[in-house]
Design a protein. Structure first.
Length: 259
């Protein structure tokens, strides 16, 4: 069941998503060598609660924290810990918040200090592929058009697309229909209609696409131990152009768009 959102609901979702975006900017201020990832989680949780919202990942199917923090070859769903970030790491920070009944969901992959140019290129390409997907998130197209745009953009540049994890509809629930894979065929899948809200989230690997889940039951890692990047926006389907509800603007005011 795909729920179309009213204009009022979209404005509530915008508030939730902008809070997520501002939370990620608070996290960005604290990303540096020597910082434990659990510290970033605490900063985010406090910021979300101070703004009258609830961190949605906390307790979701038993997830123990407010952020998913995935370092280097960790793809997604990394659990914040006493791991200290070090120069040259990349760190994906995925954040979800609920306010007034509606969810926001966004993710950004950060550089810790100086990062290899080759790895930065993975980050840039992943972020660019997100916007290629968003260009196709318009009324009259299909989910497969979004998927194909992301897949072809990344594969043409020598990267691979994670298969087992996908984007999703979002609204009153963090995960709603439809699924939004980052791979697929043009013209396939559910038709996109004005008012549909989806989280588009390419997870792109430097090496091969295969991943596995660690013994903690959550952390997804690349099998070949090469790095992986993840960027996510929540968008609403509209005629002509999607309405992007989250933003990287606050983050990049802090990071200076360093990638
Ligand atoms: Mg997310
Ligand atoms: Mg998501």
């Amino acid at each position: 069941m795909i729920y179309l959102k009213t204009d009022e609901e979209v404005e509530l979702m915008r508030i939730s998503n902008l809070l997520v975006s501002r939370t990620l900017a608070e996290v960005a201020k604290n990303i540096k060598p020597g910082v434990q990832t659990i510290r970033l989680d605490k900063i985010a949780e406090a910021f979300i609660r101070d703004h009258g919202a609830v961190p949605t990942f906390l307790g979701y199917e038993g997830f123990p924290n407010s952020l998913c923090i995935s370092v280097n070859d960790q793809v997604v769903h990394g659990i914040p810990s006493d791991y200290e970030l070090k120069e040259g790491d990349i760190v994906s920070v995925d954040c979800g918040a609920e306010k007034d009944g509606f969810h926001g969901d966004s993710c950004y992959t950060f550089c810790v200090g100086e990062v290899d140019e080759e790895v930065k290129k993975l980050l840039r390409t992943t972020k660019e592929s997100l916007y290629e997907g968003i260009k196709n998130a318009v009324e009259g197209k299909r989910v497969g058009d979004v998927s194909y745009a992301i897949q072809s953009y990344c594969e043409n540049r020598g990267y691979s697309v994670v298969r087992n994890m996908v984007g999703h509809g979002i609204g009153r629930e963090m995960h709603e229909d439809p699924e939004v894979p980052n791979f697929g065929k043009r013209g396939n899948g559910p038709k996109l209609k004005s008012g549909m809200a989806i989280a588009i989230e390419p997870m792109i690997n430097m090496g091969k696409h295969e991943i596995y889940i660690e013994r903690d039951g959550w952390t997804a890692k690349t099998r070949d131990r090469k790095p992986s990047a993840h960027f996510e926006h929540t968008v609403v389907i509209r005629k002509g152009q999607a309405d992007i509800l989250s933003t990287f603007e606050y983050i990049e005011q802090i990071t200076g768009n360093a990638i």
